[in-house]
Design a protein around this ligand. Structure first.
Ligand code: AP5
Length: 190
């Protein structure tokens, strides 16, 4: 899933994973767990998370690599929050190739206006305590997405992999749109 902060990657990835019986792997969640545990990786990553900057690739891969290979061996996965840069996208291809039978089937892009993204994240800030949900850090995360991550949609678009979904409906409406786009791919594999 490639989409800006607040677009619904985590929400929809959870539903997709449940629907297809595959793993949901969230790079942000794995990093936040390391921070909460106070591990050496977590202490290093915390500085970037607080600022809304991208965590260096070696740290991200050290938390994601193991779960990703495991999930690949047992039926597949939906990746939420990774890749976020061209270098990570190339690494994702390399990792998938290491496990025979695994291929990237679809890149789901959720389209949501910036004003709605900010509204959702500020709303979440009222009920949850994510250190990166302050107005300044939200704006910075959106900027990082636009400059670092959005360009990789072209990389995947050129390979015909991008499924573009309107992310502004209700959670159920967005999920229905995603499933409608994924089903033909599954039928093609049968
Ligand atoms: P990450 O955890 O990936 O966060 P993010 O991209 O900022 O995304 P969010 O979790 O804020 O939003 P989301 O799109 O998942 O939407 P959600 O479903 O939660 O990354 C955090 C940080 O970790 C990064 O800034 C970076 O520092 C680091 N990091 C992570 N991966 C990295 C990588 N690969 N490389 C380097 N650094 C990395 O929904 C948001 C809110 O909206 C929720 O409250 C939800 O209930 C609500 N909502 C969802 N859908 C709807 C809807 N349809 N209508 C109304 N509300 C909705």
């Amino acid at each position: 899933m490639i989409a800006p902060p607040g677009a619904g990657k985590g929400t929809q990835a959870e539903l997709i994973a449940a629907r297809y019986g595959i793993a949901h792997l969230s790079s942000g969640e794995l990093l936040r767990r390391e921070v909460a545990a106070g591990s050496p990786i977590g202490r290093e990553a915390a500085v970037y998370l607080e600022r809304g900057d991208l965590v260096p690739d070696d740290l991200v891969l050290s938390v994601l690599g193991g779960p990703l290979m495991e999930a690949a061996k047992s039926g597949g996965y939906v990746l939420d929050g990774f890749p976020r840069t061209r270098a990570q996208a190339e690494e994702a291809y390399r990792m998938a190739r290491q496990v025979s039978g695994v291929e990237l089937q679809a890149v789901i892009h959720l389209r949501v206006r910036r004003s709605e993204l900010r509204r959702r994240l500020l709303e979440r800030a009222r009920v949850e305590e994510r250190i990166d949900d302050t107005p300044e850090v939200i704006d910075h995360r959106l900027h990082v997405y636009e400059t670092e991550t959005a360009p990789i949609l072209d990389f995947y678009g050129g390979r015909g992999l991008v499924i573009d979904v309107d992310g502004e409906g209700t959670v159920d409406e967005v999920f229905d749109s995603i499933v409608a786009a994924l089903e033909p791919l599954r039928a093609g594999l049968a």
